[in-house]
Write a protein that binds this ligand. Structure first.
Ligand SMILES: [Zn+2]
Length: 220
């Protein structure tokens, strides 16, 4: 797989990848051994094997995105994490110490992984299409109330609320407040993987939204 060339005169574009955990773990460029010792130590604390695989997949997918943006091979990508709450390393917001100009985000959920790397802050979230966020009291607290009410009044409230939730998560991960209108926020349904995905970024350029399999993202 060849990295995407940067768009002329614009620097790198955002690369976002969505895949099933199984697809990532079977990817020829990716291997759990790419993970750093501190990441593997954290994995040791995850008791549920499926969840462990999801975390591995998301962290590997992040390396693949960074590889495509920077042109470096995935094993030369060294992400770090720092917590904005306690200031400690090893958890919290991911970043690339060697590429402070690039934003980094990843997400995982039952059998799914997503990652994004691009200029400026980025946030990505993936959830299974069948997930129903809730309870309503929580949704009302973290989502714009009018949008929650509109989604509930619509013909398909479950998917509509899930879409709102995923968008909010992507914004939150990018570090944006809800309601900002200068943020590019794209949400789509990956039907082949039964996933809902949202990508938030501030790069202002059209972001190529790539699935790592043959099926392009569909819907909005
Ligand atoms: Zn912390």
């Amino acid at each position: 797989m060849t990295p995407l060339p940067p768009a002329p005169g614009q620097g790198p574009a955002t690369v976002a990848l969505v895949a099933t955990t199984a697809e990532v773990l079977a990817h020829p460029e990716l291997d759990e051994r790419l993970l750093a010792p501190w990441e593997r130590r954290r994995l040791a604390g995850i008791r549920v094997p499926g969840r462990r695989d999801d975390v591995v997949a998301a962290r590997l997918l992040l390396r693949l995105c960074a590889s495509r943006v920077t042109g470096l091979p995935p094993d030369a990508v060294e992400p770090a994490q720092r917590c904005p709450g306690c200031g400690r390393d090893g958890h919290g917001r991911p970043y690339l110490p060697d590429h402070p100009e690039l934003g980094v985000s990843y997400s995982h959920a039952d059998g799914l992984a997503a990652a994004a790397v691009g200029p400026g802050p980025v946030g990505i979230d993936v959830e299974p299409l069948t997930r129903r966020p809730g309870p309503l009291a929580v949704l009302r607290r973290v989502l714009p109330e009018d949008e929650v009410d509109a989604a509930r009044a619509g013909p398909d409230p479950g998917p509509a609320l899930l879409r709102l939730w995923v968008r909010r998560e992507a914004l939150f991960k990018a570090g944006f407040e809800a309601g900002r209108d200068d943020v590019r926020l794209t949400a789509w349904t990956d039907h082949r993987r039964a996933a809902v995905v949202a990508l938030a970024g501030a790069d202002g350029a059209p972001a190529p939204l790539l699935s790592s399999g043959p099926a392009p993202p569909s819907g909005r």
